[in-house]
Design a protein around this ligand. Structure first.
Ligand SMILES: O=C(O)[C@H](O)[C@@H](O)[C@H](O)[C@H](O)COP(=O)(O)O
Length: 208
């Protein structure tokens, strides 16, 4: 409801809205609930905070998750801006995604138990670039040290330039990671940089 209200506000102000959502396992109930919200979906462009560089029909494609659980019913009228077209070449995908990128009015993040958000993974070789506050790039390629698939991810700077930020997590283990990240900013828990950033507060939704 909060995300739908934000999208409706953006549509009222500018006639359109851009929403970036996360992949992984957690967002399914949220995506399904959002799809049932009664807003002017034909004015909404949906994209992703991160995508795995795989073919669009791969089981691990976040676009597939969005198509299956969000772009249906009322929300089928929304347009979708993929970050990955074919999954064959990460740098080519990055260039194509950057060319059509639009800064989101709303971004809904998830978090891994290693403290990553979007695909800003601890120990990634270019994590500093992903976390740099003044990075003008919206997107970057990330090779996760300990998770499958090369990714295209929003940078922390672009998340900070987005209109509204949410973090949706569940379970005690993620709660403990969140508490640790709130206690100290550290590259070992990349989410900590967003939790403590003042430019754009993060609304955290946690459930058991
Ligand atoms: O593509 C991705 O992997 C996600 O966007 C990622 O950032 C996700 O939000 C976390 O990994 C949590 O994933 P789970 O919800 O599966 O725990």
């Amino acid at each position: 409801q909060a995300v739908a209200a934000d999208l409706a506000s953006a549509i009222a102000a500018r006639g359109q809205a851009v929403l970036a959502v996360s992949g992984g396992r957690s967002p399914v109930p949220f995506l399904q609930a959002l799809a049932a919200q009664d807003i002017a979906w034909q004015q909404v462009s949906v994209t992703l905070v991160d995508e795995r560089v795989v073919a669009p029909d791969h089981a691990d494609s976040n676009a597939g998750l969005v198509r299956e659980h969000l772009l249906r019913g009322k929300a089928a009228a929304a347009s979708f801006l993929p970050l990955v077209q074919t999954g064959s070449d990460a740098q080519a995908e990055l260039a194509a995604a950057t060319a059509q990128w639009r800064t989101p009015d709303v971004a809904v993040l998830g978090m891994g138990e290693d403290g990553h958000t979007a695909s800003l993974f601890p120990n990634a070789s270019n994590l500093a670039e992903g976390l740099a506050a003044a990075n003008p790039a919206a997107l970057l390629v990330v090779v996760p040290p300990a998770a499958p698939h090369t990714r295209i991810s929003m940078t922390l700077a672009e998340l900070q330039r987005s209109g509204k930020l949410y973090l949706a997590i569940a379970g005690e283990a993620k709660r403990r990671v969140l508490d640790a990240a709130e206690a100290a900013v550290s590259d070992t828990l990349p989410i900590s940089h967003l939790l403590t950033a003042t430019a754009r507060p993060l609304d955290v939704y946690w459930s058991v």
